[in-house]
Design a protein around this ligand. Structure first.
Ligand code: MOS
Length: 696
């Protein structure tokens, strides 16, 4: 008999693949050894809107070692109508600057890069429009916003309620374009064999990528295999098949050899998607005690001429705070820009920046502490649906955070605390993020030697998902973790959804638990409890069970507290302390959970202080398209950062009882920082980031 099992969920455990990663043994998409491999290099369009007149590949082809130059005139054909952004090298039309219009394939990466420079393309250009403005004549009302929310909502009488309110806030907030910038770029090794396509690809979900590739290349799904065993981050940008995998597959088919293709850092700025800039008008009407009567959030964002992608910016406001008179709207405009895409907490993140800033402005206007203001406006039921929340611990997060941070007795007066050259202030913001789950399949196998293998096509993008699922599996099998092996990241495994929307662990653990439970049942029924020599396998899908979930509002909550110091002479902003308290259901692994939460908070700080895609209107392209000029917070920017979570049991979630923690950390963080900047300086920054020139 083996040692008695020990519960694994809730215990710290280092990542299973951590050692492989730090020793270099873990393989990423373009690191797999492949015989006879070639190298692809993507060529971006140098026009913003128009069409290709002529491609002169001769100078590139003349370079020794160049195998081919693919473009719309000679590339293999793709199925139209699958995804306009992926219909690459098929048509002469140019929809935005930087759109991939050719691929060079060569024997070495150096040759491919040099040859890409030599490809000559003539364009017929047209005038372009690339700048988002609330006055843009092309603004329209989309039919829905992502993923499938109503565009506008209206409850009560906002105009009447707002006009009658004793205290009114009417403020417009602006956020710039943000670029995902995972450490590993979008990268693929593609090869064709006997009509089958095998790709090692950096993505957040190889089942969806497999499905899309099969459609694009008109193949049965079984003829496409997508492996993504280790992924160096994505932040949403790899949530779907993107240009790199399509270009690599096209090129490999054309030259009939394996092709490795990785985008450059510069090429990540645009073609892979980015967080849309937003313009958000928030109006809050309240009584003198800060009780909200009327709330309106009007959000404007951009999309491309290729695809309608409308960020759900105002959706956060629909369920966050109470108030009888409510309105939210979304408008979008098609610009000659790359299609925006998901970036960590799309919608909630920019939306919370605006609403949580407006809440701070309301607190100041009412003379009420901003923590107390939020507690006073905590709704008892979802203000949008009128249904009870499965669990809502925003107030508990605010109270616990205030206690840990030392918020009590805060003097609300802005711009009065000085420590030498530094103006000192503190700020707070609330946070919420939907707790969703999607259907998945999983398989569990018992071996005669008492060990188990659990298989699911989950993707670990660096979050620790593999380790969390392994812990969940051990508990579901009721055996010690060292008897369990877990396999993820391969479309040959049972199909599962994307590592996104903070629903990876919730969705995958559901299937893993059901597979393990099913296997235990089968083992109990086995004659004498013996496992056959070739093992015993149970495979399940959670489709029916997930579909049967009650339609209740499910959210994770959080509260961010921070201290900022602003140099009175230079305007330099420092964040000596950032503290978040979260209520996100059960935490499977405190080590990796903390990494997710402080990672999200750091990214929120980066949004508040550093990140800003600066578009040059003449060319319709971002000028600061590398990590030297597009600033992200680095270790030196992060001083004391703390993440805590409250124990929370919510039986309405999923068998593991988890809510998802990938995105809640970034929601609200930027507002906590700008609110603290206001407290320190008296300056209310309503267009991110907080730059020195906005404070002086
Ligand atoms: Mo996240 S932006 O849902 O991958």
């Amino acid at each position: 008999m083996s040692a008695p099992p020990v519960g694994a969920v809730g215990r710290e455990h280092p990542r299973l693949e951590g050692r492989d990663k730090v020793t270099g043994a873990a393989r990423y998409a373009v690191e797999y050894p492949v015989e006879n491999v070639t190298y692809g290099w993507a060529v971006p369009a140098a026009a913003t809107r128009g069409r290709i007149l002529r491609v002169d590949a001769a100078p590139a082809l003349a370079l020794p070692g160049v195998l081919d130059v693919l473009h719309h005139g000679n590339a293999p054909r793709l199925t139209p109508g699958v995804d306009a952004d992926l219909f690459l090298l098929q048509e002469p039309a140019v929809h935005y600057r930087g759109q991939f219009v050719a691929v060079v394939v060569a024997e070495s990466i150096e040759t491919a890069r040099e040859a890409a420079r030599l490809v000559r393309i003539d364009y017929d250009t047209e005038p372009h429009s690339t700048v988002l403005s609330e006055h843009h004549p092309g603004l329209y009302r989309p039919h829905k916003v992502n993923p499938s929310y109503p565009t506008d909502t209206e409850d009560g009488d906002f105009d009447g309620g707002f006009a009658a309110a004793e205290v009114r806030i009417d403020a417009t907030y602006r956020t710039p374009a943000y670029h995902n910038n995972p450490m590993e770029p979008h990268a693929t090794t593609a090869r064709w064999r006997d009509g089958r396509l095998l790709v090692h690809d950096s993505n957040q979900g190889s089942t969806p990528v497999q499905v899309t590739l099969a459609e694009l290349f008109a193949l049965p799904r079984e003829s496409v295999r997508v492996v993504a065993e280790h992924v160096g981050g994505g932040f949403g940008s790899k949530g779907y098949a993107k240009a790199a995998v399509v270009l690599a597959a096209l090129a490999a088919r054309q030259v009939d050899r394996p092709v490795r293709l990785a985008l450059t850092r510069q090429q990540l700025f645009g073609p892979i998607g980015y967080r849309t800039p937003t313009i958000q008008r928030v109006r809050l009407g309240a009584d003198a005690d800060g009780r909200i009567a009327a709330v309106c959030h009007d959000a404007i964002s951009q999309t491309s001429t290729l695809t309608e992608f409308t960020e759900q910016t105002a959706v956060y406001t629909r369920s966050m705070y109470a108030g009888p008179h409510r309105r939210t709207t979304h408008r979008v405009v098609r610009l000659d820009v790359p299609t925006p895409f998901w970036m960590r907490a799309p919608g909630e993140c920019p939306g919370a920046y605006a609403l949580e800033s407006a809440m701070d402005e309301l607190a100041t206007a009412c003379g009420i502490d901003p923590v107390e203001l939020r507690i006073r406006n905590d709704p008892t039921v979802d203000p949008e649906q009128g249904l009870p929340f499965t669990s809502r611990n925003l107030v508990a997060c605010l109270r616990d955070g205030a206690r840990r941070f030392g918020w009590a007795d805060r003097d609300p007066t802005p711009g009065v605390r000085r420590d030498g050259r530094w103006l000192v202030g503190t700020g707070v913001a609330g946070a919420s993020y939907p707790a969703r789950a999607r259907a998945a399949a999983a398989a569990a196998t018992a071996a005669p030697d008492g060990t188990f293998e659990v298989r699911i096509n989950a993707t670990d993008i660096g979050t620790g998902a593999r380790t969390a699922l392994w812990q969940v599996a051990a508990d579901a099998l009721d055996v010690p973790v060292d008897r369990v092996a877990i396999r993820v990241g391969d479309s040959d495994l049972p199909a599962a959804g994307v590592a996104g929307g903070s629903m990876g662990t919730a969705s995958w653990s559901w299937a893993v638990i059901r597979a393990c439970e099913g296997l235990r049942d089968r083992l109990r029924q086995a004659p004498g409890g013996a496992v056959p020599a070739d093992g015993l396998t149970v495979e399940v899908s959670t489709a029916d069970e997930v579909r049967a979930q009650r339609p209740l509002p499910r959210y994770a909550y959080g509260a961010h507290f921070c201290e900022v110091r602003v140099d009175a002479d230079t305007g330099e902003v420092r964040v000596p302390r950032l503290l978040g308290v979260f209520a996100a259901g059960r935490v499977v692994n405190p080590t990796t959970a903390r990494g997710q939460l402080i990672g999200g908070m750091t990214m929120g700080m980066s949004m508040a202080l550093h990140e800003e895609g600066l578009l040059d209107e003449r060319y319709g392209d971002w000028v600061n398209h590398d990590l030297a000029m597009y600033h992200v917070s680095v270790c030196a920017d992060v001083e004391r950062i703390e993440a805590y979570w409250l124990p929370e049991e919510d039986p309405e979630l999923n068998p593991a009882g988890v809510k998802g923690i990938g995105e809640i950390g970034i929601v609200g963080t930027a507002a906590a920082i700008t609110n603290a900047v206001h407290h320190a300086t008296g300056v209310r920054v309503r267009d991110l980031p907080v730059r020195l020139d906005k404070l002086l």
